[in-house]
Design a binder for this molecule. Structure first.
Ligand SMILES: Cc1ncc(C[n+]2csc(CCO)c2C)c(N)n1
Length: 226
């Protein structure tokens, strides 16, 4: 068992709760409230901006060219390829993607990006990867399991979304490989911080789906500053 095999086993409960979440199941069924999808895209555009910033902090902690090239590639991927699933969702709600950008993150999304930024700013490269890994891993599993369960055809409204993530296994594999090497050389207290960062990111992935479905907002009248 590798370190990341253990992480997956310890967090199987949250992976299952994510797959069972009504927003995720709604993707598989091809039926989702348009307001919830709009809430998701607005938040996720900002989430990806933060993800790119976290990758760049990880790049700054890299000590060899291979890791630098890896984070550079992942920044490119997030900037240009991750737009495709957003476009699929935007088409479904009939709103231009450009009109869904620049909105402040709701509380759970805000919590998630600050959690990642905390580990990237205060922790080691391994800790940063621990906080990042649930993002590609939970989406890979969602894509694969939804396709398996619902067998979508090309006419399914979220066919592209599901295939994009089901075929993103390389991202998860590469990140796992790096974390496994780093964690094997980490002291126990650092391994515990990696485990904590990973579990909280899994829980915040779940919270992100719930935030979208319930159109979560900040309380009170005062507008939130982005
Ligand atoms: C809340 C949330 N979690 C995960 C993803 C998917 N995702 C975002 S960046 C990335 C890895 C790129 O290297 C992946 C798989 C998302 N869109 N939104």
């Amino acid at each position: 068992m590798t370190f990341t095999d253990d992480l997956k086993k310890e967090n199987e409960d949250i992976f299952q709760m994510i797959f069972d979440h009504p927003f995720v199941q709604g993707i598989g069924k091809g039926e989702l409230p348009k307001e919830a999808v709009e809430h998701y895209i607005k938040a996720d555009f900002e989430f990806l901006n933060a993800f790119i910033q976290v990758y760049s902090l990880a790049l700054s902690k890299s000590v060899n060219r291979e890791d630098m090239a890896y984070f550079h590639e992942q920044i490119q991927f997030t900037l240009y390829d991750e737009v495709k699933p957003h476009l699929n969702f935007s088409e479904y709600i009939g709103v231009r993607f450009e009109d869904l950008q620049g909105h402040p993150l709701p509380p759970s999304g805000d919590h998630y990006i600050k959690h990642m930024l905390y580990h990237a700013n205060m922790g080691t490269l391994a800790e940063t990867l621990g906080a990042l890994l649930p993002c590609p891993w939970t989406y890979l599993e969602i894509g694969q399991k939804l396709i398996n369960k619902y067998q979508p055809t090309k006419e399914h409204p979220f066919y592209k979304w599901m295939h994009f993530y089901a075929e993103s296994g390389k991202e998860t594999e590469e990140m796992r490989k790096r974390l496994d090497v780093l964690a094997a050389n980490s002291p126990v207290d650092e391994q515990n911080r990696i485990k904590d960062a990973f579990r909280k990111s899994c829980q915040l992935e779940l919270a992100f789906w719930e935030m979208s479905l319930t159109c979560e907002t900040w309380s009170g009248e005062l507008a939130v500053i982005k």
